[in-house]
Write a new protein. Sequence first.
Length: 218
Amino acid sequence: MIYYKLTSSIYTLELGPMENFVYLIHDHVSATAAVIDPAWNVTEVIKFAKEKSLEISDIILTHTHYDHINGLPIILAAYPMANIRLSSAEAKFWRQTMNNFVLHQDNEIFHLGNTAITALHTPGHTPGSTCYYLNNQLITGDTLFVSGCGRCDLDGGDPEQLYHSLQRIKTTLPSHTEIFPGHYYGKTPTATLAELVQNNPYLRFNNVKDFVHFRTYG
């Protein structure tokens, strides 16, 4: 799948046994690319980038659960100078350090070539979970799926934080924002925020208590 939007394209590869989406953002001007959450058969990602004549300059992490980062060593072996971008809160949670870490704060804007990307700190699935907004598109990792949202029963999970993160997405981003989730958990691989507000049960709550009960016991 390919989605053309202004300065960049997002390519989607479905990889691994957990229906992961690994994304590749292609900046049109610089011919550089960023890999989002490299996991499972990332040799396919590298092959795809080479076929498109793209240089992977950045690796962007929505969070650091194993099923989203297990291909990181392979990507780094192929592109050792690539930046590894994640939130400072997630780096603290992960307790890893690498020379090429670039840590971001909430609402911080960085660039892939000419493409501006905003890091939105959306804790709940993990303490440092982050969504990335560019060109009316939002890459959500495990914070938000087309038909669901992230688990909160794993280490670092917090359903109250997740409620507030989802409310932030719901109330502050344009309704035509296209959502690119971390897994193929829904009838379609992607959908607009307006469609999710209408159809995703986790976006229908207006108070934290009911959301927490539904996320925990529903």
